[in-house]
Design a protein around this ligand. Structure first.
Ligand code: NAD
Length: 257
């Protein structure tokens, strides 16, 4: 199959690009002709061909150094995919202030730091390629769905959604588009780790799949396809948008027959 080389001549940075959704995004960007850097706490799983950079998104200096290295080695930056994030289970009574600070630091401030250091490079790139320069953030349907046992995680993703809209407004006239994707339950190592905690992981997986309108989990490649579309020159007029890739979880109101 011939893959469109619509990212030819473009450089991309993907945070959390060594596993799951981020690794699928990095691989697809490479296949579509981009030069790609992966920023990750544990970059060993970055796809072959990507520049793997070890950094923690909670460390502002480390993020700045990784962004600068990516821009220097890849020749500027056109595409940023801010995807690093962690999960958290519980109600407001379950999580301590320390846990709140930690998850918000990674899931929200991590994206703020990435954008802060990438924006000067994106601005320069936008001058040469209007419409092709963007930030795409991995949000979640948890931002708006009212999921049980996800108070902290949902609040963090609610902040990512608001941040996406505010950043889209701030940078639209600079030629920098900002969007997010809202995955439902995506089959990544993260979900594997969650299921592994159950007494019967196989039964838990079957129950999880049965709760999805599609009858299966969304794949990391399906989420990556949406991210890469939003980042692509074909989406030149798309900014300030949240694209759900959730198998109908949020939009459909299915009832048992
Ligand atoms: P994953 O655990 O497979 O991958 C996450 C990656 O982020 C890992 O490579 C990890 O090393 C990296 N990372 C974590 N903390 C980091 C930090 N402090 N600094 C740098 N890198 C860090 O998870 P995934 O399922 O691919 O999730 C990716 C994104 O998708 C997250 O933002 C998550 O909230 C979002 N999401 C996932 C699902 C799902 O069902 N899997 C659903 C909705 C949203």
């Amino acid at each position: 199959m011939t893959v469109t080389q619509d990212f030819e001549g473009m450089s991309a940075l993907v945070t959390g690009g060594a596993s799951g959704i981020g690794a699928a995004v990095a691989a697809l960007l490479l296949a579509r002709g981009a030069r790609v850097a992966v920023l990750d706490l544990d970059p060993g799983g970055a796809p072959e061909g990507a520049l793997a950079l070890r950094a923690d998104v909670t460390d502002d200096d480390a993020v700045r150094n990784a962004v600068e290295r990516a821009a220097a080695e890849l020749g500027g930056l056109h595409t940023v995919v801010s995807n690093a994030g962690i999960g958290s289970i519980g109600t407001v009574e379950d999580n301590t202030d320390t846990e709140w600070a930690r998850v918000l630091d990674i899931n929200v401030l991590g994206m703020v730091r990435t954008a802060r250091h990438a924006l000067p490079h994106l601005r320069r790139a936008a001058a040469g390629r209007p419409g092709a320069v963007s930030i795409t953030q991995t949000c979640s349907i948890a931002a708006t769905a009212g999921l049980p046992q996800r108070a902290l995680y949902s609040a963090s993703k609610g902040a990512v959604l608001s941040l996406t809209l505010a950043m889209a407004a701030d940078h639209v006239r600079e030629g920098i588009r900002v969007n997010c994707v809202n995955p439902g339950t995506a089959d990544t190592p993260w979900i594997g780790r969650l299921l592994a905690q159950a007494d019967d992981p196989a039964a838990e997986r079957a129950a999880l799949e049965a709760r999805q309108p599609l009858g299966r989990l969304v794949t990391a490649d399906e989420v990556a396809a949406a991210v890469v579309h939003l980042a692509s020159p074909a989406a030149a007029s798309v900014t300030g948008t949240a694209l759900a890739v959730d198998g109908g979880m949020q939009g459909l109101r299915l009832r048992p027959a």
